[in-house]
Structure formats: C-alpha cells, structure tokens
Design a protein around this ligand. Structure first.
Ligand SMILES: [Zn+2]
Length: 247
C-alpha cells in the first residue's frame, strides 16, 4: 500500500467533506490529521485548520497503542496518551480503563499534550517526578489557549479570567517561564501560522490574513511586513528581504 500525502488548506470543515465526496473516499478522523483509506491506497490529508497538526505513522501508532492496551512500560516517559473523549493525558502504563484507539492521540512530551488542551490524569499523574512545575504548567495552559484562540487576540484580562488568576500573576509567571509576554506569544503564533499557510497552501493573502485574525488584507500585509521585513507575497515567492507592497 502506498502512502500519498496531500496538503490542503481548508478554511471550512465542510470543504473537507466536499473533497472526500469528490475523491469517493471515506474519512477516518483522528484529531485534525485525517486518514482516508481507499481499497488500493492510503491517502493521508493533512488538514490545516489553525492548529498544529500532529502526524504519526500508523505503524508507530499501533505499536504505542498495543503498549497502552498491555500497560507495558516500554514507552514510559517517551510518549504520553491523550484521550480525546475525557481531555485527559496519561502515562502509557495508566491503570485506568483503556481508551479506544480512535480517541487516542500520542504526544512525545507532556507539555505538547497540555498545550493541546489535555489535563494530567489524577490516577497516573504524568506530571509527577518534576516533569513540569506549576509555573511551567500554567505557561503551557496559556499556550494552549493562545494556540486555539489566537485569531481572537484575547486580552491579558480575558486570558487571566479563563484561568481564574490575576492578570498580574499571569503576566509575571508566563514571562518568567517563557521569556516573553502572552501578547508576544499571540503574535508569534499568528506569524507561525501565516508563514505556514503562505508556503503550504494556495489560499489568497486575504484568506490567510483572515485565518490568523486580520479582517483587512492591507492590515495583515502591513503587520506581516513589519514582523518579517518582507511582504506576504514576497515571502510566499521565496524572496529573501525586500519590502515590496502587496496592494
Ligand atoms: Zn492516567
């Protein structure tokens, strides 16, 4: 069986359904990495929808999942098991009920799992043994919110309210752990997604601007040029430096 990787920029989920219909394939969805299987070929569509896509080879997944089923300690500290239905992350050896494979996402670090919105399991305590201090855990929680809501550009007060802590404590703790503020993090996340969309999708500049929170294409282009020293179009065309306009 061959594996074909197709990268799509899909602005709306219903577009994926349309594509699947056109290709006459069924969709098995595990998080945002979509695995589609036909009779002759495995077709993998990586869906960019404003999130970091975690790709994993099916063989590796099966191997890790078997370890979880058997509660083997082989991958202890190497992989963490995120359970989508409960939003809880476990050690691979957790004694709790074995989750269904379709609900599992594996993460190579606990921080990645926390950033993806999972909470540490109270039973197997994946955060124990100094993996993450409370400040680092808070920073990871902040990153999770920003990674999923960067388009909305939450204010410090809104972020703090979501975490039920004071804005002052949030700003101070986050900056100490990360070395920059939550506002700067939002900018970095927006830029990261904009750059990836520019290089890996066929979406227009306006569509990409909107996807990262800029309703106005000129506002997006000005912001992008300001951050990178190059216009979105020039960046997409692989031109290093220069400051040509997009308008
Ligand atoms: Zn657990």
């Amino acid at each position: 069986m061959a594996l074909i990787v197709i990268n799509y920029f899909i602005a709306k989920v219903h577009e994926l359904e349309k594509i699947a219909k056109e290709l006459d394939i069924s969709i098995h969805c595990r998080d945002l990495a979509i695995l589609c299987r036909t009779t002759t070929t495995d077709i993998k569509i990586t869906l960019y929808y404003g999130y970091e896509v975690k790709d994993m080879d099916q063989k590796l997944f099966d191997l890790l999942y078997a370890a979880v089923v058997n509660r083997e300690s082989t991958y202890e500290g190497v992989y963490y098991t995120g359970v989508k239905t409960t939003k809880i992350v476990c050690r691979p050896t957790c004694r709790a009920k074995t989750p269904k494979a379709m609900n599992v996402t594996f993460y190579s670090t606990l921080e990645d799992a926390l950033q993806a919105g999972f909470r540490p399991c109270k039973r197997c305590k994946p955060e124990a043994n100094g993996a993450l201090g409370p400040d680092a855990a808070l920073a990871a929680q902040v990153d999770t919110i920003i990674e999923t809501q960067y388009k909305d550009k939450l204010t410090l007060s809104q972020l703090a309210a979501l975490l039920a802590i004071s804005p002052y404590h949030l700003q101070r703790t986050y900056k100490r752990v990360r070395g920059y503020s939550p506002a700067e993090k939002t900018e970095l996340v927006r830029l990261k997604h904009a750059q990836r969309f520019l290089l890996e999708s066929n979406a227009t500049i306006a569509e990409i601007g909107e996807a990262v929170g800029y309703g106005s294409p000129s506002h997006f282009a000005a912001w992008f040029s300001n951050r990178t020293g190059i216009s979105p179009t020039a960046y997409r065309n692989g031109q290093g430096g220069g400051d040509e306009s997009d308008e």
